[in-house]
Design a protein around this ligand. Sequence first.
Ligand code: AP5
Ligand code: MG
Ligand code: ZN
Length: 221
Amino acid sequence: MRLVLLGPPGAGKGTQAQLLKQTFAIPHISTGDLLRQAVKEETNLGKQARAYMDKGELVPDELVTAMVAERLQHPDCASGFLLDGFPRSIAQADALADELTRSGKRLDGVMSIMVPRADLIERLSGRRVCRECGTMYHERFDPPKRAGVCDKCQGVLYQRSDDNAETVSARLVVYERSTAPLLSYYGDRELLYEIDGRGMPEEVGQRITAALNTVPATHRS
Ligand code: AP5
Ligand code: MG
Ligand code: ZN
């Protein structure tokens, strides 16, 4: 299964990827997570990416496509993958298509998670992430048992530096400008599945699973 999770900031791509990973034994590849790791480790890529991420802008296509191409070579991607936050521009989508064609593969589907803007802002402003294991929480919708502490590993929870009001607004503008055109890009290629992202994470997950069941056999890998 080769899937893309598409959606604006806060739509629940990471949350749904965690759920889907349990159903399909395929790796979850989040370009946001990979870039944050690179920033933390102060690699060359991280040093270049940081300023863009802080402003809520896209990291240049060539840096991100090279990072993903490298990741897709890992043996764990042989039977599929779940891309979260990539592609995010037409150039990235073209690069992914070329990369897959080269290896005789294709995408099964692109799940576009749709959530009203007001809900996105609410979700992002309350998001907290475990510094140790990456588990996601929400102050209101999915709070940890003890404030500020991860239920799973007792790690400290933090707020992402790009989850402040100003950067969130910038990220939403960037989504509309650069990423939303992918809806018609994948629609034209009959790969797009529109998922209502409102409601509980489990309900959204059921909608994704239902959509996956309608993927034509010719598209399945
Ligand atoms: P990235 O990390 O991908 O951020 P994003 O796209 O802005 O998306 P988020 O991770 O903020 O949201 P999400 O959809 O994963 O939502 P989540 O599940 O966490 O990218 C960060 C930056 O890296 C970019 O701005 C850019 O600079 C750079 N970058 C990354 N990829 C790139 C690329 N391909 N090209 C160029 N640059 C790139 O949920 C959010 C919150 O809501 C959580 O608290 C969660 O608990 C809660 N929640 C989730 N689902 C529900 C629900 N159903 N009901 C209630 N609450 C919910
Ligand atoms: Mg995410
Ligand atoms: Zn944890």
